[in-house]
Ligand binder design. Sequence first.
Ligand code: CO8
Length: 252
Amino acid sequence: MGEELLWVEIQDNIGWIKINREKKLNALNQNLIDALHHTFIDFQNNPEVRVIILTGSGDKAFVAGADIAEFSDFGPSEAARLAAHGNRVLFDQVAHLEKPVIAAINGYALGGGLELAMACHLRIASKNAKMGLPEVSLGIIPGYGGTQRLPNLIGKGKAMEMILTGDMVNADQALLLGLVNQVVQPEDLLESAVVLAERIIKNAPNAIKNAIKAINAADGSKSGFQVEEMMFSNCFGTEDFKQRVNAFLKKR
Ligand code: CO8
């Protein structure tokens, strides 16, 4: 697979995953999605791991989105397949993992990147983080659960505003919205994630697992996610999508 896609380590009952695609701002391509899927399964099955911390390499981005180059020439059916696959193997997998996953958001979390952070159970952002769902600027909509998880986290009105404008929020705004649990200085990000993990690790693993299941049961209906997949793939039939994605890839 050439360069390593993920940096993975287990230390003091914490499973660490760092996405290692700094030059592309850790944009999620298919190989990365599959590598993350396998690592989460390994951690799920390893009794030594009690909490997982997910972060991005470099000081600029957690994940700047799904890899735009990878889906730029997709039509509706390919988009539907890609979204369904990603949701099944990664986004829903993380949301329903029996061990808590903390997103340590070290910079941009955009599009699929914010959707990944929102699939995690807890989020800590560094002061320089910027978060948003800018998909509409590319002529599409969030396809990895964003239209469902954002309103669940911050309420429908604010979610409408973020998704329809595509605007980013900074870390302090995200804290006020309830989008992140904590904001810390960039140099304190990983240590703060460890402190939060330790507060969870002292509790009973079985109770933690059941709490996650119960809280997830309060999420939006399953059919909401299916409607998102349908609306998401619809966007791929349009001229607008082709023009806007090409403009991004050709640097506008
Ligand atoms: N996909 C692919 N490449 C990317 C992405 C991305 N999402 N984001 C950044 N990159 C690449 C750039 O193309 C550039 O590559 P290169 O150096 O080879 O030219 C490199 O990363 C560095 O980026 P920039 O030069 O653009 O860095 P800046 O500091 O100028 O800008 C930004 C940083 C503002 C974050 C800018 O990179 C940006 O706007 N990125 C795109 C953000 C975005 O639109 N994200 C949403 C993508 S769509 C999405 O996530 C859909 C989710 C649902 C998909 C479902 C399956 C199909």
